[in-house]
Design a binder for this molecule. Structure first.
Ligand SMILES: [Zn+2]
Length: 126
């Protein structure tokens, strides 16, 4: 009889641990909120986790158009008419990586998670 109680207590604590773990892992995934800025103002905020299918966002700047490609969990500068095309060469925006910047058209695409590392990266761009 005592054995059975222990089994119940054990399985309950395992269950509680599992629930806690699920709760925590749901609460703290890496931020997937991306902000697209032009001229320092927010153009659009996108939660990459909630994107279904593919979406293109076209931004017009002084040096032509930039096309941003968004799909689930991914964002990148697909094409640009700016002279240096550094934004296209940057490739996909990665969490913890440097933001996608198009200096000629003054576009910045970055994760909204303003952790210290993101701040340090922004400072390095100046
Ligand atoms: Zn560019």
């Amino acid at each position: 009889m005592k054995n059975r109680v222990w089994i119940i207590v054990l399985s309950l604590s395992v269950l509680i641990c599992a629930v806690c773990w699920l709760y925590i892992s749901n609460l703290s995934p890496l931020s997937q909120i991306v902000g697209i800025y032009q001229n320092g103002t927010l153009v659009e905020k996108i939660d990459l986790n909630s994107v279904t299918g593919k979406r293109e966002i076209t931004l017009s700047g002084e040096y032509g158009k930039n096309t941003v490609l968004v799909s689930n969990g991914h964002i990148m500068m697909k094409s640009a008419e700016c002279p240096d095309k550094l934004c296209v060469k940057h490739g996909e925006l990665k969490n913890g990586g440097s933001p996608i910047v198009c200096l000629p058209n003054r576009i910045v695409i970055k994760f909204e998670d303003t952790s210290y590392s993101a701040d340090a990266k922004t400072g390095a761009l100046r």
